[in-house]
Ligand binder design. Structure first.
Ligand code: FES
Ligand SMILES: [Fe+2]
Length: 456
């Protein structure tokens, strides 16, 4: 590997995307998360899976869906997490309720669809009916129940639910702080993207043969890019990546785009990837005379022009936010790749029983722009036939563990690799991960995981 572009690395400083960066680009000060190595059993044991269920999944705030997935009264979304299915449903213009998806009579699941619309919640076993607040409205043949039985709570079991940053969140923990407090500074940074104005235009759910953390960790670092995704090298700086860690396990990496990796030989001539991005905003790459740095600048200027023209309010973004990838990590299981045109949401969901399987649930939340001349950025990788009107909420496309998920080249490369990582972690010869400071978000994640397990 060529190192001529590399500067000396000091782990206490890390990298700063913008040396003068303040506000959203401010680098969090160094905090020591140590150098410990953890027992790999956390990636496969049922005991550890149970610890996570008791201390993480049932205690933390969990991201359910985009608030526009349940925009009208009666709209619901079925959120599956481990053994639970939780229904979030809009009960009024302002309110959203969440219930365990279970009938208090004999335990039947009330809703089996992923999402939809209901005027009342009815049970398919003995026709009990509940209103959108979960109150029981009908017990069939009520006279055949003894009074003592009817005196029990006949309503649905509620779950805490809040709307924040354009998403619906639930927690099974009645004592949890508000979502906003939980998210800390990340809430403000996400607010800027106005996700409540974005619509899901693509939703893919795929089952992977690995622990959910094995999956998440591959999305929390760029250290593997030059090896697994070499095609990113001409367009992405994978080495000098700013990493920020906040409280409650929130973190971020800022990956500079439209600048080749330090590992890449020619970092100035406009290459194929840069030409593609120039063309994408309507600049002819053939007539473009500058170098890559100029191209990045031009693309930023052009995006601001597009914003003016379509009234998109990009003044609220820094130049870096216009072009680079701001990837926010929300403990326990979320990564959100943020761009003004849309955000890519990745949820890593544990399998109900098998610690060595997880669901990768990905949505593209897209800012619908009215106007024939506005074109959807090609780098978003939306399939040709995608409906971008935002009027129809797309069905979830499912892939089982033996299918190759249609997620674009990069994620397909990951999906091929990650089961091998899981299999290796299982070996007696593996003594626990040795993380570099490029993988600091992973270390920070485990620091939070350990704290959650210890403190409850
Ligand atoms: S289980 Fe729902 S009405 Fe009987
Ligand atoms: Fe990857």
């Amino acid at each position: 590997m060529k190192n001529k572009n590399k500067e000396k690395f000091n782990f206490k400083n890390g990298w700063k995307n913008n040396p003068e960066g303040e506000g959203v680009e401010a680098k969090t000060p160094f905090k020591d998360f140590g150098t410990e190595r953890f027992d790999p059993e956390r990636y496969y044991s049922k005991e550890f899976m149970k610890l996570e269920w008791d201390n993480v999944w049932t205690k933390k705030w969990l991201l359910v869906c985009n608030v526009n997935d349940i925009s009208s009264i009666g709209d619901f979304y079925n959120f599956k997490i481990g053994k639970e299915s939780i229904i979030v449903i809009r009960s009024s213009e302002k309110d959203v309720n969440a219930f365990y998806n279970v009938c208090p009579h004999r335990g039947n699941r009330l809703i089996n669809e992923d999402f939809g619309f209901l005027e009342k919640i009815g049970c398919s076993f003995h026709s009990w009916v509940f209103d959108l607040d979960g109150n029981n409205e009908q017990v069939l043949d009520k006279e055949t129940f003894r009074k003592e039985v009817l005196d029990y709570d006949l309503n649905l079991s509620k779950v805490r639910c809040e709307i924040e940053c354009g998403f619906v969140w639930i927690t099974m923990n009645d004592k949890a702080e508000s979502v906003r407090e939980y998210l800390g500074p990340v809430a403000t940074y996400l607010d800027n993207y106005k996700i409540e104005e974005m619509k899901v235009v693509r939703h893919v759910n795929s089952l992977w043969k690995a622990n959910w953390k094995t999956g998440l960790e591959a999305f929390y670092e760029t250290y593997h890019l030059s090896t697994v995704h070499p095609e990113t090298q001409p367009m992405m700086e994978d080495y000098k990546v700013q990493i920020d860690n906040w409280g409650n396990g929130m973190n971020r990496m800022i990956v500079p785009f439209i600048i080749p990796s330090v590992r890449y030989e020619d970092r100035s001539t406009v290459n194929e990837s840069t030409s593609f991005l120039l063309e994408d905003v309507g600049i002819s790459s053939e007539q473009f005379n500058g170098n890559i740095e100029d191209a990045k600048r031009e693309i930023q200027i052009k995006k601001r022009e597009i914003s003016e023209r379509f009234n998109l309010g990009y003044e609220r973004y820094t130049d870096a936010e216009l072009t680079d990838s701001f990837d926010y990590g929300i403990f326990p299981n979320i990564q959100i790749g943020c761009h003004p045109e849309g955000v890519f949401l990745f949820k890593f969901l544990p399998h109900p029983t098998d610690p060595e399987k997880f669901y990768l649930d990905t949505t593209i939340n897209y800012r619908v722009v009215e106007g024939e001349e506005y074109s959807v950025p090609a780098w978003m990788g939306l399939p040709e036939d995608t409906d971008k009107s935002g009027k129809i909420r797309p069905e979830i496309v499912y892939y089982d563990e033996n299918e190759k998920p249609d997620l674009g080249l990069i994620l397909e490369q990951d999906s091929e690799l990650i089961p091998y990582v899981q299999s290796g972690i299982r070996s007696e010869g593996f003594r626990g991960a040795l993380w570099s400071e490029q993988e600091l978000r992973i270390r920070h994640f485990h620091y939070e995981l350990n704290n959650s397990i210890r403190s409850n």
